[in-house]
Design a protein around this ligand. Structure first.
Ligand code: KG4
Ligand code: ZN
Length: 357
């Protein structure tokens, strides 16, 4: 069974083809491509929905050709078509969903509308020995640019929301702090790079809502904003730097930048690790999973992995290429759903606010 999936929920256009082994649980990824639009949006300081949908319209047909060529099959040989149906930008979601629906109607094949968050949540099961044979009960941390949530997973499609951010998502906090520091977008990889070798204890930054299952990162972001003008005057070693550096974006000396990035990154990780382990204990699962763009962060993966070992939990994460937005995770969710007997109507609408649980 071969599934073709499109992911166009935000500013990445992605298409993948996944072949499920018949009568087995395994699968083989035949092709997966992501066209990033970062450069097109960078000069506007954020994602411009019109530009995103225009680019999806340009890239999606090209990617369809590329993946079919790399997978060595014709689109007519695909057994089911899937697309992300939410959450995301309406005008972006519409492009991928319309293409997948059109292909499904044209070739008389099933259509599957997939929740982007389910794609992330299932991605840790994509590789490894069980290859999605069974989605075992787990506590799942989804950390991306748009979402930060803890979900109790009892099986495929059986999700209960434990907690979520009440303001900024973790990735959003990385992106906003990176912007204050004059670093590039996306901010997460930039902060991680600069944090290497920095002292995570140098600056005392807040860990918000310690007694809640929900998250909050806007206080942490604001704490960095207030800290910056204070530290540039006190610690900057570059002559004349003080005068130049009274306004964002702040250009700090290398040491200072490393320590601030490390301290910020550690504050985010502490919150994510503490709440995830507490939830795993409370809900008595023995498996913890993490997914979403922020889970590319090596320090987060290491510290959450170590906390799981200490707590007696098995820890699963996806390969970094599967953590940021891609269509392979959407194809994987679609394949598991097809095998479980699910299908969507082609009349099913996209939903920019689609909930997972
Ligand atoms: O999952 P994703 O590609 O898109 C959404 O669904 O939002 O996540 C993108 C987010 C961005 O905020 C980016 O800064 C963050 O993931 N990110 C990271 C790292 N790589 C990407 N955050 C921290 N450390 C990283 N290495
Ligand atoms: Zn995502």
């Amino acid at each position: 069974m071969t599934v073709l999936a499109l992911e166009t929920s935000c500013d990445e256009t992605a298409v993948a083809i996944l072949r499920g082994h018949s009568g087995e649980s395994g699968s083989a990824l035949l092709a997966s491509e992501v066209a990033s639009q970062i450069a097109a949006h960078e000069k506007y300081g954020g994602i411009v929905p019109e530009i995103a949908s225009r680019n999806h319209l340009i890239y999606a047909p090209r990617l369809l050709d590329h993946v079919a060529t790399s997978a060595k099959l014709r689109l007519s040989e695909v057994d089911a078509f899937a697309a992300t149906s939410g959450p995301g930008l309406a005008s972006s979601l519409m492009i991928g969903a319309s293409i997948a629906k059109g292909l499904a109607i044209g070739f008389g094949k099933p259509y599957l509308a997939i929740n982007h968050l389910e794609g992330h949540l299932l991605s840790p099961f994509f590789e490894g020995e069980d290859k999605g044979k069974e989605i075992r009960a787990n506590v799942s941390l989804i950390v991306s640019g748009g979402h930060t949530m803890l979900v109790r997973v009892d099986g495929l499609g059986a999700y209960k929301l434990i907690g979520q951010t009440v303001d900024d998502a973790a990735g959003e906090a990385f992106d906003k702090v990176a912007k204050m520091l004059g670093l590039g977008y996306p901010g997460g990889p930039e902060i991680e790079k600069h944090a290497a070798g920095g002292d995570p204890d140098r600056f005392d930054l807040p860990r918000s809502m310690p007694d809640s299952e929900n998250f909050s990162f806007s206080g942490l972001k604001t704490a960095v904003r207030y800290l910056l003008p204070k530290i540039v005057g006190r610690f900057c070693e570059t002559p004349g730097a003080e005068r130049r550096l009274t306004q964002a974006p702040y250009k700090l000396d290398r040491r200072l930048l490393a320590d601030l990035c490390a301290s910020f990154q550690q504050a985010v990780i502490d919150v994510l690790v503490t709440k995830t382990i507490a939830a795993a204990r409370k809900y008595r699962v023995n498996l913890v999973t993490v997914s979403g763009g922020v889970s590319c962060n090596q320090e987060l993966r290491r510290q959450l992995g170590e906390a799981c070992v200490r707590g007696g939990f098995v820890f699963k994460n996806a390969e970094p290429w599967l953590c940021t937005d891609n269509a392979a995770m959407i194809a994987f969710a679609a394949l598991l759903r097809l095998r479980a007997g699910f299908q969507s109507k082609v009349t099913e609408e996209i939903d920019p606010n689609l909930r997972l649980a």
